[in-house]
Design a protein around this ligand. Sequence first.
Ligand code: ADP
Ligand code: MG
Length: 330
Amino acid sequence: ESVVNRIAAGEVIQRPVSAVKELVENSLDAHSTSINVVVKDGGLKLIQVSDDGHGIRYEDLPILCERHTTSKLSAFEDLQSIKSMGFRGEALASMTYVGHVTVTTITEGQLHGYRVSYKDGVMEHEPKACAAVKGTQIMVENLFYNMTARRKTLQNASDDYSKIVDLMSRFAIHHVDVSFSCRKHGAARVDVHSVATHNRLNAIRSVYGVSVAQSLMEVEASDDDPSSSVFQMGGLISNFSFAAKKTTMVLFINDRLVDWTALKRALEIVYSATLPKASKPFIYMSIVVPPEHVDVNVHPTKREVSLLNQEVIIEQIQSVVESKLRSSDD
Ligand code: ADP
Ligand code: MG
């Protein structure tokens, strides 16, 4: 059984960056205003995510890492209307099958916190009382220690670290009411640093740099005709002054970080037709659709989504982007 669990867990947590994504989404779900990530050896030695969210209650600690245990889904019907990002109750459990997980947490009004470690889905010992500041810190150590082949394919620590930096950059520019940081363990330099300014341009400037921020134009699209698609889009897209080697598309749908390749391709086409010299744009978009229009992806590692009426939505966004680019190029 333990081998089966380990294989299943290795599917959920494919690389260090998948663990970071799950941990940070949990921190966001816990209404944190500050989330700090520390990584050692590309995440294989250590991933540590500290937040100032609502914490985990003592009585929830024993089952915290059991598979399919979640505090976020009470009935199956909720799947249709779910707003919070986590609903599968599988991420933390999976991490305990492929690494060593230690949780330190304190809830509002408590005098002290608790620390507890997990292995293969269960608590290794009773929670120990400890000093703690507001929120939760989760440490994942020695990820994939029991998966030799996986460790071998993940030899390039700097590659995995840059994936984590990329992920944190994306979170930072969407959740502008949350402060983020990401650095290597023991390093003085912070590689992603954003202060909760409530200002997206400021966040983009501090995370992606001045030249990206300077090139951005606001775009908006919506369609309120209930007979076709219902969606709202707000975003920032680069103009003719921005040239890069590849497209950066940061997309959130209903506040979930996703990939939507069809939209990315469609916008690249608009750029090459309209601004051939700046055909590799920087694009940030936040799209809101009725939750039941998103194909809920049961597989947690797949960021790719599909939407109801996606052709209509893509065409409308394309045309808004095209006219923005044309008007700016005059
Ligand atoms: P899910 O997010 O799908 O519910 P997870 O395995 O990611 O499942 O987390 C299990 C549970 O642990 C969550 O439902 C939540 O109650 C709790 N939890 C995990 N991380 C945090 C955190 N940083 N702050 C508060 N609660 C947390
Ligand atoms: Mg989760």
